[in-house]
Design a protein around this ligand. Structure first.
Ligand SMILES: [Zn+2]
Length: 198
């Protein structure tokens, strides 16, 4: 400061005035420099803001791309679902067709079974009728010779629920709920006489 004071004292009035002008110019320049120094800062801030805007735009683009991808995935999933539903409907149609076929087959089987049962009854009746003469003679002979008290009626025998023999004794071989038929009927139905009681 002393050096400046001495310089200031050496200056004349004219010199002092010039110094003030110089000082003012220096201050102005400094002010300009200060203002100018703020400019790059502003530029930096602007550049930063621009970068942020750019980053936001990039982010938005990425989000749009992701959204498009998601839409594509959703579309694919919807397509797959539609395919699955179509497949399910096709399966349902097949199932219905099979169910109907099964029902038809079951009915055919029932009809066939009924016809078989009818045919069996007819065959048994016809067989009984055709052998009636011979069988009657046999039973007549049997009743005169044996006169078995366990036989319920002449020419009647017992056939079991399961088994291939016909019996004169309803309690033979532990039969459970046997059926009484004529000998002719039993023979016609393929039964053979029991060796124990007949
Ligand atoms: Zn028997």
């Amino acid at each position: 400061m002393d050096a400046i004071k001495k310089m200031w004292e050496k200056l004349g009035a004219k010199g002092k005035g010039a110094a003030v002008v110089v000082l003012a110019l220096v201050m102005l320049a400094a002010g300009y420099a200060a203002g100018g120094a703020k400019l790059p800062q502003l530029e930096q801030q602007l550049a930063g803001a621009l970068e942020e805007v750019q980053a936001a735009q990039t982010g938005l683009q990425e989000a749009n791309r992701a959204a498009a991808e998601t839409r594509a995935q959703v579309q694919a999933a919807e397509d797959a679902l539609a395919d699955t539903q179509a497949g399910l409907e096709a399966l349902q149609v097949k199932f219905d067709a099979l169910e109907l076929e099964n029902k038809t087959l079951a009915e055919a089987l029932r009809t066939a079974t009924d016809q078989l049962a009818e045919a069996t009854v007819r065959a048994a009746t016809a067989g009984g009728g055709s052998t009636a003469g011979g069988a009657a003679a046999t039973s007549t002979g049997g009743s005169t010779v044996q006169a078995a008290p366990s036989t319920t009626a002449a020419g009647q025998v017992w056939i079991p629920q399961s088994g291939k023999k016909y019996h004169s004794n309803a309690n033979c071989s532990g039969m459970n709920n046997p059926t009484q038929v004529t000998v002719e009927q039993a023979v016609a139905a393929g039964y053979e006489p029991c060796k124990r009681c007949y």
